[in-house]
Design a binder for this molecule. Structure first.
Ligand code: CAA
Length: 694
């Protein structure tokens, strides 16, 4: 075996030269890997003993893409495009052997090979769009030449990871290998050489472009169809333009066009924010005081207390991950209702063609209903998902403590209550943790995990790993009212309520936040979630909010009653401004002695966003969140903060903390002490630093 570089080796296996990339963790295309592949191809071409070449990877995956940590740094030769050109023009057949994930530059490298084979469990894709960029090493030019323009548009603008069998159907993979991949790839390469099959250069294959050449409207139709999905994002449009280039320009010109569009995105703020977010999401997995090698509890079965909306949604995550669930309700009637909602949800997904009946049957076979808490005695984790009442929760935890086996994790899905206090209701507070799922729990990606003063490292490490297993993105936070997400949300809600009293139209508040990139504004969101939820919480706490209370007193609970802050026509989810609500607002303002005025969009945005940032600074100072970037993960995955703005902390750094601080002082002069900048914000401004420097 010859080492070409530190990360790439070359070895002849009989008549086939095998180039192996070995650069953990994911064989990303760092300079050493690029140079190694180029050198490996040159060595194999020069090796007279071989007639064909295999490009394979060691470890868990084929090349997972460009090395994202190199972005923004001065480029180092060889460029990936040059490596790919060397491969494509090699005089012996080059076969990519794919396992794990061939993503981004990894798939582009494979597309530069003459043939591709893969194990069935592999996935391929061009996920650059998720990093705010586009495939910059020929992906937008070669993929449409293999799978056609329509499919290429879909793959590249969605960044989807396509399972190998589907990629095989689409012609992207030439053979699926059973058994050992390298052996299979060597056998395939030998066959190609023996049969004298052509050295397929994808860059020269133009047949699949013909349809789009004849029907250029395909691009605008695609833009129109996906307008909502692409709203606010810059990368999808450049991806489309690059694919248009593939159709309209000769290959070398198309490559140049791709490079221009790639560079344009790479220099922009969205790409920086999305790449920052990629690493933030992974960093959130790490808890500084929980060592990496902390032993984990093996979660083989789960119990859920409460089969309501949250309990049912939580159960679905476990079922889909193949973990059997026992779900407990207090009455048979409530249990039957809960079980039928879960079944109904799966049936709806089956009828939309997004789930097979077979899989649904498998999921349902893992679900057991019960009205007896004793049935949770063998569960490895129990998640309580009943209504928000401390006394009732403590009673349930006291019972679970007696029933559940030693070593079982006892979790609460509370979104507001003191998890330390809940833990103290048991004899094993070190096994108690908050697992705050977001509604709908089977859809929303965020899992806000809440550690108490006593939660053990093993329980924390297990719950972080578990989140990944059930398809969630976790962030560990400490105990406080509303934890991180809802505590910040409350600040935005307060300002939204105040702004409409001062004269802003509620539809303008919603529009400004929608245009910022949220899926909807605060009033539309409240109508969707149910205005009665907040009303009951306010009643419990003895606080009032004049407009919100008045609309609830009229039974305007939101979409479910047809009226809320907006009016909804029967069967419609489209909010329509309602003069009755405007009257309520005007009266409430009069009662509060407020002189109404015009409020600019700029003021609406700052007044809604800056208090959240200020609250986040307090959260950081109190140690409730470990890092600023964890807060960004929570807001993107739990509250629809536009990922292309990176999250509230990243956005604050982008705006400049000094600018935010100065605006806050202005608002303080006008509106009072609630606008006092947090000490941490003040300190960072004085030191000329950002949240990124913490
Ligand atoms: N560059 C640098 N580091 C990367 C990386 C990349 N492309 N992909 C993953 N890593 C790092 C992660 O940061 C993580 O590091 P730590 O262990 O220090 O946290 C480690 O590799 C493992 O990653 P995951 O925890 O995500 O592992 P996983 O097994 O859950 O997932 C994966 C593996 C599916 C490959 C996932 O990491 C992933 O999606 N990576 C990004 C893939 C991607 O976007 N590729 C395109 C890059 S852009 C490009 O290629 C441009 C071009 O056109 C040339």
């Amino acid at each position: 075996m010859t080492a070409i570089t530190d990360f790439v080796s070359y070895e002849a296996h009989g008549t086939v030269g095998v180039i192996t990339v070995d650069s953990p963790p994911v064989n990303a295309l760092s300079q050493g890997v690029r140079a190694g592949i180029q050198g490996g191809i040159e060595a194999a071409v020069a090796d007279d003993s071989v007639t064909a070449i295999v490009l394979a990877c060691a470890g868990r995956t084929f090349i997972a893409g460009a090395d994202i940590t190199e972005f923004g740094k001065p480029p180092k030769a060889p460029a990936l495009n040059d490596v790919i050109a060397t491969m494509e023009s090699a005089t012996k057949p080059v076969v990519a052997a794919i396992h794990g994930t061939a993503l981004g530059g990894g798939l582009e490298t494979a597309l530069g090979c003459h043939y591709r084979v893969a194990v069935a469990s592999a996935k391929v894709g061009l996920p650059e769009v998720k990093l705010g960029i586009l495939p910059g090493a020929g992906g937008t030019q070669r993929l449409p030449r293999v799978v056609g323009v329509q499919k290429a548009l879909e793959f590249i603008t969605s960044g989807v990871h396509v399972p190998a069998p589907q990629a095989f159907e689409a012609g992207l993979i030439d053979e699926l290998i059973e058994g050992d991949l390298t052996e299979g790839a060597i056998a395939f390469a030998k066959k190609v050489a023996a049969e004298g099959r052509p050295l397929v250069k994808i860059s020269e294959q133009n047949d699949k472009l013909e349809e789009a050449k004849k029907n250029p409207a395909i691009f605008d139709e695609f833009r129109k169809k996906n307008a909502r999905k692409f709203r606010g994002f810059e990368a999808p449009e450049n991806c489309i333009k690059a694919i248009e280039g593939a159709v309209n320009l000769p290959f070398p010109e198309g490559l140049k066009r791709e490079r221009e569009l790639f560079s344009e995105l790479l220099a922009g703020e969205q790409a920086k924010a999305q790449q920052y977010f990629f690493f933030s999401e992974r960093l959130a997995n790490k808890i500084p005081d929980v060592p990496k090698d902390t032993p984990l509890i093996d979660i083989k079965t789960a119990g859920i207390v409460g089969a309501g909306t949250m309990g049912g949604g939580i159960a679905m995550n476990f079922l889909q991950a193949g973990i059997p669930v026992t779900i407990v309700e207090t009455s048979q009637e409530a249990l039957d209702k809960g079980l039928s909602v879960i079944k109904g949800n799966y049936s709806a997904t089956v009828s939309k063609g997004r789930l097979t009946q077979e899989k649904m049957d498998k999921y349902m076979s893992l679900l057991t209903g019960s009205t007896n808490l004793e049935d949770l005695k063998d569960a490895d984790i129990v998640i309580e998902a009943i209504f928000e009442n401390m006394d009732v929760k403590k009673e349930v935890f006291g019972k679970l403590d007696k029933i559940c086996k030693q070593g079982a994790i006892l979790a609460t899905n509370t979104s507001t209550l003191d998890v330390d206090e809940i833990g103290e209701a048991t004899s094993r507070p070190e096994y108690v943790i908050g697992l705050h799922f977001f509604s709908p729990a089977n859809v929303m990606r965020l899992l806000e995990e809440v550690r108490t003063k006593k939660t053990s490292p093993t329980v924390m490490a297990t719950c972080m790993a578990l989140a990944k297993k059930i398809g969630k993105v976790p962030a560990m936070v400490g105990v406080c009212d509303g934890f991180v997400g809802n505590r910040m949300l409350a600040k935005r809600g307060d300002q939204a309520a105040q702004l409409i009293l001062e004269g802003a139209k509620l539809e303008d508040v919603d529009r400004v936040l929608y245009d910022f990139g949220f899926p909807m504004g605060p009033f539309a969101m409240s109508d969707l979630a149910g205005n009665d939820v907040g009303w009951r919480i306010r009643q419990g706490r003895g606080v009032t909010s004049p407009v919100a209370d008045a609309i609830c007193e009229l039974g305007r609970f939101g979409q479910k009653t047809g009226d809320g802050y907006y009016h909804y026509e029967k069967g419609s989810r489209t909010p329509q401004p309602d003069p009755i609500v405007e009257e309520i607002i005007v009266k409430a303002a009069r009662d509060a002695g407020i002189n109404r005025r015009e409020v600019s969009d700029e003021e609406i945005l700052k007044r809604c966003i800056y208090p959240m940032i200020n609250e986040a600074a307090k959260i950081l100072e109190e140690g409730i969140a470990t890092r600023a970037s964890d807060i960004d993960v929570i807001w993107v995955y739990g509250y629809g903060w536009p990922i292309y703005r990176g999250g509230p902390m990243r956005y604050a750094d982008h705006i400049g903390l000094e600018n935010i601080y100065n605006d806050m002082l202005k608002f303080k002069a006008e509106h009072g002490d609630e606008w006092t900048p947090a000490p941490l914000l003040e300190r960072l401004v004085k030191e000329g630093k950002g949240f990124k420097d913490l």
